[in-house]
Design a protein around this ligand. Structure first.
Ligand code: MEV
Length: 423
């Protein structure tokens, strides 16, 4: 029987019970389970090899979003994030999406852009012609740098050459289009860009300065779509509120920044859990959102003929499942195993779906009861724990603080004392 990620009441279990379910779902080994249990799992010696001047390891909670059905397959989605409510919101939206069949997701090929900046050419369009006329040689030189990638069917596939105007004169910008397969790709692309730069200088007589990947990965897009049942969303008014919220973001960059931030809450949490470059994803997403010159939402929301809500997302997602921290961080490897993705494109499809779910959850909460009630509940639990509450008392102290609308450590301590006396 196919495994399901639909696990009612998952949030009510203890971390140990949840881990048992996840371990069973993903077939984790005892070592992998031990790694997750041992919250200090990134050893200092390993961390010391990952970056410079290491003095310690920073911890962030790792949760698992449930209920995700994507292209007919169930996923448990590891999310590393410090913000409360994000994992719960994603799971909730994924549960609603299941009513109408879950998410459909797809990707373009994993093509990254390497930029080579050429300056000091008197005839920029002539230089552009020359570079394009030598495309085959340039691609060959690029591909010599990464025979393994080429063997896997990837490598430099095409060239684009743009002439741009700048304050210091025209520049000829060559784009090396590289299929990076299952890698994030920055390393492969940067190596290739550096390798072909002398060739471009020689061909044109100009001077190359920058040779670097572009994080605006317009050829590496992930898309997802889901239909959200109107009744499951809370009825027509909720649907209408979400449409109004979306149109607010479409017409106002101040709102749109927050709208897209909510989407990235989910995407970045999965990226962090799987050892991917979160900054590359952020910059790519927001640059893509502004590609028309007007900053726009990364999602769209419409109502279909049944009155249900149809959401889509389109976003550049340069993520890998090989290389970098995806391999060097043992926890990232375990998270990839929990996800069970076979390719970087599949990981991007999951992340796009999570982004769409996250946006739906945020808009629904904002357009109905607001987000503070949910946030306050979690916040109150944290305060109760800080005040010394344990076990069942955590929820009781939190509940009373929310009821009284006094979520403060001094009040938590008072309530805790009263409860302990009553015992
Ligand atoms: C908070 O981290 C994210 C939200 O602000 C997103 C949104 O407003 O759409 C709730």
């Amino acid at each position: 029987m196919a495994k399901t990620s639909r696990i009612p009441g998952f949030y009510k279990l203890s971390p140990e019970e949840r881990l048992r379910i996840v371990a069973d779902f993903a077939g984790l080994t005892d070592e992998e389970v031990a790694l997750l249990k041992n919250t200090g799992s990134l050893e200092l010696t390993l961390a010391d090899r990952m970056i410079e001047n290491v003095i310690g390891v920073m911890h962030i909670p790792l949760g698992v979003a449930v209920n995700f059905l994507i292209n007919g397959r169930d996923y448990m989605v590891p999310m590393a994030i410090e913000e409360p409510s994000v994992v719960a919101a994603a799971s909730n939206a994924a549960r609603i999406a299941r009513v109408k069949g879950g998410f459909q997701a797809s990707t373009t090929k994993p093509i990254m852009i390497g930029q080579i900046q050429l300056v000091k050419v008197p005839d920029p369009y002539g230089a552009r012609y020359t570079i394009l006329a030598h495309k085959d040689e340039i691609l060959e030189k690029a591909n010599e740098q990464d025979p393994i990638l080429v063997k896997l069917g990837g490598g430099a596939k095409d060239l684009e050459v743009r002439v741009i105007d700048t304050d210091v004169g025209p520049m000829v910008i060559t784009h090396l289009l590289v299929d990076v397969k299952d890698a994030m790709g920055a390393n492969a692309v940067n190596t290739m860009a550096e390798a072909v730069a002398p060739m471009i200088e020689k061909l044109t007589g100009g001077k190359v300065y920058l040779r670097i990947v572009s994080n605006l990965a317009v050829y590496r897009l992930a898309r997802a779509r889901a239909v959200f049942d109107k009744e499951a969303l809370g009825g027509e008014e909720a649907v209408e509120g979400i449409i109004y919220a979306y149109n607010f973001a479409k017409s106002d960059p101040f709102r749109c920044a927050t709208h897209n931030k909510g989407i990235m809450n989910g995407i970045i949490a999965v990226a962090l859990a799987t050892g991917n470059d979160t900054r590359a994803l952020e910059s790519g997403a927001h640059a893509y959102a502004a590609r028309t010159g007007k900053y726009q939402p990364l999602t769209t929301w419409e109502v279909n003929e049944d009155g249900d809500l149809v959401g889509t997302i389109e976003i550049p997602l340069a993520v890998g499942i090989i290389g970098g921290a995806t391999r060097s961080n043992p926890l990232a490897r375990v998270c990839l195993k929990i996800l069970g993705v076979k390719t970087a494109s599949e990981l991007a499809e999951v992340m796009a779906s999570v982004g769409l779910a996250q946006n739906l959850a945020a808009l629904r909460a904002l357009a109905t009861e607001g987000i503070q009630r949910g946030h306050m509940k979690l916040h109150a639990r944290n305060i109760a724990i800080m005040a010394g509450a344990t076990g069942r008392l955590i929820d009781e102290v939190a509940r009373r603080m929310v009821e009284e609308r006094k979520i403060r450590i001094d009040r938590a301590k008072e309530i805790l004392e009263e409860l302990l006396k009553e015992k």
